[in-house]
Design a protein around this ligand. Structure first.
Ligand code: AMP
Ligand code: ZN
Length: 812
């Protein structure tokens, strides 16, 4: 594709994605499927990876996350972010006293509702009013955020923190697509701070956990926890991969705009294009509120219709606010909470449920890890019927002493994947035995009957010991999971090969490993029976054709996607793309000197530690030993330094910023030693060699985002262009930089290596000076290009311009 074609397509994609974002997140009326949306977005990303000069600050891709941060800046809230007062939960009778479930809940709730009445009465007395209007809205169980718009532009995002000061999480919040980067107001106010919650929708959270689990990582205990953890990540690129959303319910500091009532705030925010809650109620008075509460919130205490079942996110109560904001300053605040609002939590929303653990089944993941799952007597907990719960791992079962036949307490308060909280020991039947996973599965993998072993596995949080099926190549469960991983959206995006289809493909023997897909006959796929022998249900002609098309598309996806799809241990999406951007193809990854350098550096550090003459743990005992160790240490250090320099020169590492960072010697590599080793080991293994061989046979050659040029003054460097150059257009200059192995970025940061300044440069030059980034004028830039070998020599090319954007610059 030429740059001109790329630019046109890019503009189209940007327009479409913006339109779909609004339709999806704000209108909640999507116009295309998630799958189609993802395809558009991936196309945009792939395009920008190939043509970095197309990246503008307000491209939707900028939501995909910028450079990692060192830490969060602290921001003082101009208007404190307070807590909310809760209605005191009243004592409630035990369940035995009231056989009718709905009636019992109503009784329990009644006491707290009476508290609401007296709250209203008190307020009216203080304000000397007969009647007070209220707004009642769901209390979102997410993580509080504050977002600032200046002249309608998103400029700052902050956490609640301690209420007075929070963390600047702007880079992370920018990745949330439901937060508009620009407000839809004709004449935007000078300043508008909106407040709301970041959250993960229940189905997104479940999918995230499934994905973490299939990647062999630890799932999050609940959506709130996953949200909070994600917002605290220092790498916005990781944040961008998590399905965060936001909803807004209030305002903070404002200039140039005023609101009279809370209802007006909610309506205005929505009009400005900000997502607000789908349900909230303006109530004439407290009686009216309680009537709505009974009908809409708790649905007369029949859980199926309860408000929680209607919302896509978790809520843990309702917030009741005085509607007239002009009254707010007249209502005295509590210590950490305003006086004009109160939270009510229906008592049965916080109640855990009890049920019987009928059995424990064991699932086999992609990497063979065995995960125990509780099979429960079905029980209705907070909006849905639960019949399974995760037990995490064997250690967790031991710690809680969970046994088959036990009565267990299940909780979902804030948890989507229900958890077994504890065992009701008093209800334990006679004859139960402590759970032993090895014994439970008869010492064999429940999927393939193969041997199992207890070994360390890496999870999101580090290492953990788990039982694992050893039959990597033959276990059908592992094959199915690998196939699902390979075809998932972020990998090769082959729609239709998931769940039952993957299972049947493996079971029928049509597919044994993911690459078999490319040799699968469309007729065979169409005939695949997804049902049983008695009740057959075939995959079908049309679906098979769609898969075929997706496979065709997959053949030309960039290297990063392929590297990720292979499911190499410890290689997540970000790592895969990082590696891809420094390599030409899979072969060059397989024998990458960069990755070898990273691995060698770690070995050297270990060896050096062992002979360190200044070691406190193991000091030299004799003078001779000290001398010998000093020599050895010095030799190792020199080798490490040489490798470090090479990696830094190639742009694959940077010098450590602080002492102690990066270890021995002080350099921080783009990809860590665990991932680097894992990649090299994979391609050296028979399985990895087979993959390379087969791709060759299949004529699939995934390409790196650019051709890596090793060595040269611009290799691996990040450059920013500003002003007009006399010899080249921006595009031509960018192309030359790419040919020299460098990157072109759109804005200056401390990760910028050079700023190239032409005639009448813009603010980027000031920024470069402020950050101490070296600035090149045209002559200096030309000199580097010549040194890099992409330009002949200055005399010959002076004044000579390349043709249109699509023409190749003059290269050797
Ligand atoms: P708490 O932290 O439990 O005292 O509750 C106060 C927090 O509830 C606020 O800081 C908000 O972040 C959050 N919250 C959730 N939903 C709402 C809502 N609809 N209105 C106001 N605050 C809300
Ligand atoms: Zn197995």
């Amino acid at each position: 594709m030429t740059l001109d074609q790329a630019r046109k397509r890019h503009a189209e994609l940007v327009r479409e994605i913006r339109m779909h974002d609004h339709a999806y997140y704000v209108e909640a009326r999507p116009k295309i499927s998630d799958r189609e949306y993802d395809r558009l977005f991936q196309e945009l990303l792939d395009l920008e990876r190939q043509f970095p000069e197309l990246v503008t600050p307000d491209s939707p891709s900028q939501r995909v996350g910028g450079q990692p941060l060192e830490g969060f800046r602290r921001i003082r809230h101009r208007v404190p972010m307070l807590s909310l007062e809760k209605v005191r939960p009243a004592d409630h009778p035990t369940r035995a006293e009231e056989p009718d479930d709905a009636l019992r809940k109503q009784r329990q709730d009644q006491n707290t509702l009476n508290e609401l009445r007296s709250w209203d009465l008190n307020l009216r007395k203080q304000l000397r009013l007969d009647r007070l209007e209220y707004v009642m809205e769901p209390k979102v169980d997410g993580v509080s955020i504050s977002v600032h718009y200046e002249k309608g532009r998103f400029v700052l995002g902050v956490t609640r923190g301690d209420g007075t000061t929070g963390d600047d999480i702007t880079a992370n919040l920018r990745t949330i697509r439901s937060i508009p980067l620009a407000l839809q107001i004709q004449d935007p106010p000078a300043h508008l701070e909106v407040r709301g919650e970041a959250y993960m929708a229940l189905k997104d959270f479940e999918a995230l956990n499934r994905q973490l689990e299939s990647a062999g990582e630890e799932p999050f205990p609940n959506a709130r926890n996953a949200t909070a953890g994600t917002l605290k990540l220092l790498d916005p690129r990781l944040v961008a991969q998590r399905p965060l959303r936001a909803v807004f319910y209030g305002i903070g500091h404002c200039e140039g705009i005023e609101f009279r009532t809370h209802a007006e705030v909610l309506q205005s925010l929505r009009r400005f294009g900000l997502p607000t809650q789908p349900e909230w109620w303006l109530c004439r008075d407290m009686d009216h509120l309680l009537e709505i509460y009974r009908r809409e919130v708790v649905a007369d205490y029949r859980e199926e219709k309860d408000l929680r079942a209607r919302l896509p996110y978790e809520i843990d109560g309702v917030v009741i606010k005085v509607n007239d904001m002009t009254l707010w300053p007249r209502i005295p605040a509590k210590a950490r909470a305003p006086g004009y609002a109160i939270v009510h939590k229906p008592i049965h929303w916080i109640e855990p449920a009890e049920t019987v653990l009928k059995a424990i089944t064991v699932q086999v993941g992609r990497t063979g890890v065995l995960t125990p799952v509780a099979e429960l007597e079905p029980v209705f907990v907070q909006g849905s019927t639960i019949s399974r719960a995760t037990l995490h791992n064997e250690d967790e079962i031991r710690r809680k002493d969970i046994r088959i036949g036990d009565t267990v307490v299940i909780r979902k308060a804030g948890m989507v994947i229900p958890e077994v909280v504890e065992v009701v020991k008093s209800k334990r039947p006679a004859g139960t035995r402590p759970f032993d996973l090895f014994e439970h599965v008869g010492g064999r993998c429940p999927a393939c009957g193969g041997p199992i072993a207890r070994e360390p596995v890496s999870t999101g949080e580090g290492q953990e010991v788990a039982w694992r099926c050893q039959n990597v190549a033959g276990c059908p469960a592992q094959k199915v999971r690998r196939l699902e991983f390979f075809t998932q959206r972020k990998a090769l995006d082959i729609e239709g090969i998931g769940g039952i289809v993957a299972e049947k493909l493996i079971e029928s023997g049509l597919v044994d490993e993911p690459l078999d897909l490319f040799e699968l006959k469309t007729e065979d796929l169409a005939r695949l029976n997804l049902g049983t022998e008695e009740a057959p249900r075939v995959f079908g002609e049309k679906n098979a054709r769609k898969v075929r098309e997706a496979l065709e598309r997959a053949r030309t996806l960039p290297l990063g996607r392929w590297l990720f799809a292979l499911g190499i241990p410890n290689v997540g999406e970000v790592t895969a793309h990082d590696i891809a951007s420094f390599h030409e193809d899979l072969e060059s990854v397989a024998r990458s000197p960069l990755l070898q350098g990273v691995v060698r550096l770690e070995e050297l550090a270990r060896e050096a530690e062992a002979v360190n003459p200044h070691s406190r743990k193991n000091p030299p005992r004799t003078e001779a030993e000290r001398r010998r160790r000093t020599e050895q240490y010095e030799a190792l250090r020199q080798e490490a330094e040489r490798i470090g320099r090479e990696l830094i020169e190639a742009g694959f590492a940077r010098p450590a910023a602080r002492s102690g960072e990066g270890g021995f010697p002080a350099c921080v590599t783009k990809v860590g030693p665990v991932a680097a080793r894992s990649v090299l080991e994979f391609f050296a293994s028979p399985a990895g060699k087979r993959v390379l061989q087969r791709l060759k046979t299949l004529k699939i050659h995934p390409r790196g985002a650019r051709t890596a040029v090793s060595g040269g003054p611009l290799a691996g460097k990040t450059l920013v262009l500003t002003g007009t150059l006399s010899s080249w257009t921006r595009e031509e200059a960018s192309e030359l930089i790419r040919q020299a192995g460098g990157h072109v970025a759109g804005s200056v940061s401390k990760n910028t290596d050079y700023v190239v300044a032409g005639e009448s440069p813009g603010s980027k030059l000031d920024k470069a000076r402020a950050l101490g980034v070296p600035v090149l004028d045209e002559a200096a830039f030309r000199k580097l290009l010549v040194e890099a070998g992409v330009l002949k020599d200055s005399a010959q090319t002076t004044g000579q311009r390349y043709g249109g954007g699509s023409a190749q610059p003059e290269l050797f």
